[in-house]
Design a protein around this ligand. Structure first.
Ligand SMILES: NC(=O)c1ccc[n+]([C@@H]2O[C@H](COP(=O)([O-])OP(=O)(O)OC[C@H]3O[C@@H](n4cnc5c(N)ncnc54)[C@H](O)[C@@H]3O)[C@@H](O)[C@H]2O)c1
Length: 360
């Protein structure tokens, strides 16, 4: 991520989309420094920063030379003009905040997971369907070059017949990600499935199509019992095509600099989707008869660079009056799979039909 000084204001197009950043915590700061300090082509600009922690809002305000507030209501009361709101809030706050912005006729970008209940997701989708505003979700995986390359290779037949998929998200939660405490424990925003499950559901749906059923089991090893920062879940996922996938989620596991987060097992080739959070080591790698040692089929990338792609896509959707790459309906479909997995966990690990859960 680029953390250099922001662009001088005379390089910003005055007709650019005016955005309020709501939530200046871990990822809010990341996008402020990595994206909004250098808006692509001057097509957008932050006009206010909002966080109830004054030091967090002030830090973004000082970085970008914009006013800081404790709430969106204060921004409105101050008469700040804006077109759109970028929300980087804890999970249980997404629904009310997004519906409020859409109802006021402004564009919104919401973090994943879309919501913490199927009912909340449904009212968000309904609010996004009213037209005239763009509602997008900051779901990274459809934006990653490695995922796009793997998807393209599958569609082009390079892997042959697809026999199975596998995904892995294993790392140790710490630092700013546990600072406010809501990710772990038993609260409405907590748990690895809510935090990472929609990401890997999105990844799986990019590679394998619609998911119809899921079976899930928690590790019950004594070492996995704790404050919620240690958690391991195994999913078996069934796609509409009949294809199967395995997904492993673990908090408390040693992380790799570049993890093979997805593998496509094809009759002609195997494709790995490598994701890197610390360096430009992410890419898709294809192993086949021509190159048994494997060959890169996408350029090197850092996962966090996809945050620029998501903001750029959202802004382009606003200015071009088109759909964003990840709509609220797409994210609601990801969420339904996660809630089907949660239902399976409660019911002994049997397969649960996603359509049943999506009805609410
Ligand atoms: N897509 C990704 O790569 C990625 C990465 C990390 C986090 N996230 C998502 O981003 C969201 C935020 O995660 P985080 O780790 O930055 O959390 P965080 O707790 O660090 O930040 C959230 C911020 O929201 C603020 N906040 C709470 N209520 C508010 C309100 N009413 N108005 C304005 N601000 C308010 C909090 O004070 C806090 O500073 C979550 O949905 C998370 O899943 C996505």
């Amino acid at each position: 991520m680029n953390t250099a000084s922001p662009v001088p204001s005379d390089e910003v197009d005055p007709a650019s989309v005016r955005i309020v950043l709501v939530g200046c915590g871990a990822i809010g700061w990341e996008v402020a420094t990595g994206v909004y300090a250098h808006p692509t082509g001057g097509r957008y600009r932050l006009v206010a920063a909002v966080d109830p922690y004054p030091d967090r809002a002030d830090a973004v305000g000082a970085l970008l030379g914009i006013p800081a507030f404790a709430s969106l209501a204060e921004v409105l009361a101050a008469g700040i003009e804006f077109d759109a709101v970028d929300q980087r809030l804890p999970h249980h706050l997404h629904a009310d905040a997004a519906v409020e912005v859409l109802t006021a006729g402004r564009h919104v970008l919401v973090e994943k997971p879309l919501a913490t209940s199927i009912a909340d997701a449904a009212r968000m989708v309904a609010a996004s369907d009213r037209g005239g505003v763009v509602a997008a979700v900051a779901e990274n995986y459809p934006h990653l070059s490695a995922v796009k390359a793997a998807r393209h290779a599958i569609a082009a037949g390079r892997a042959g017949a697809i026999r199975a998929l596998r995904t892995t998200r294993a790392y140790t939660l710490g630092g700013v990600w546990v600072r406010d405490g809501w990710r772990t424990g038993t609260g409405p925003s907590a748990g690895i499935m809510l935090d990472q499950g929609t990401h890997h559901t999105s990844l799986l749906r990019q590679l394998g199509g619609e998911i119809t059923a899921v079976a899930a089991q928690h590790s019950t090893a004594p070492e996995d019992a704790g404050d919620g920062a240690v958690e391991t879940v195994l999913l078996t996922v069934r796609f509409a095509s009949g294809l199967l996938a395995h997904s492993l989620y673990s908090w408390g596991a040693a992380a790799l600099a570049d993890e093979v987060e997805a593998t496509v097992f094809g009759s002609k080739a195997r494709i790995d989707v490598r994701v890197s959070y610390e360096a430009d080591l992410g890419h898709a790698h294809c192993f086949d008869a021509r190159a048994p040692q494997g060959t890169a089929i996408s350029p090197p990338e850092n996962y966090y660079d996809s945050h620029r792609l998501m903001v750029d896509d959202w802004v382009a959707a606003i200015t071009e009056e088109r759909r964003p790459l990840v709509t609220f309906a797409d994210a609601a479909a990801d969420l339904a799979v996660v809630f089907a997995a949660a239902a399976s966990l409660r019911h002994g690990g049997d397969f649960v039909e996603v359509a049943e859960i999506a009805k609410g």
